[in-house]
Design a protein. Structure first.
Length: 108
């Protein structure tokens, strides 16, 4: 991953994106798997990374969600970064979101 694990600003950026995403999906009737897939797919679209949603529901929901996420990432000037950097950000956000969901479900 290109993002440096010790960088406070990178952690803040990932945290900001994931918190905003959770705010965006609050009240939705998505399953845990769909929550993860919607974030992954929407971030890929927002960051101009190639991807396809695993079902039409995700692809349809992902259109609006990716616009929301794109507005967030523009504040961090991420779209001008390398593809490796954007891929690393995607992986960090998905990991952070999954850890949050695990904690909410009573896991580690």
């Amino acid at each position: 991953m290109v993002l440096m694990k010790s960088s406070c600003s990178n952690r803040d950026m990932v945290s900001s994106i994931v918190r905003s995403y959770f705010g965006y999906i609050r009240g939705s009737n998505l399953t845990y798997d769909e929550i993860a897939e919607l974030l992954r797919y929407s971030m890929c679209v927002a960051l101009d990374l190639n991807s396809k949603g695993f079902n039409t529901r995700i692809e349809e929901s992902g259109k609006e969600c990716s616009k929301y996420i794109r507005n967030i990432v523009q504040d961090f000037d991420i779209l001008d970064k390398s593809e490796d950097y954007r891929q690393g950000l995607l992986e960090a956000c998905v990991h952070s979101m999954q850890m949050s969901v695990n904690r909410a479900r009573g896991g580690v």
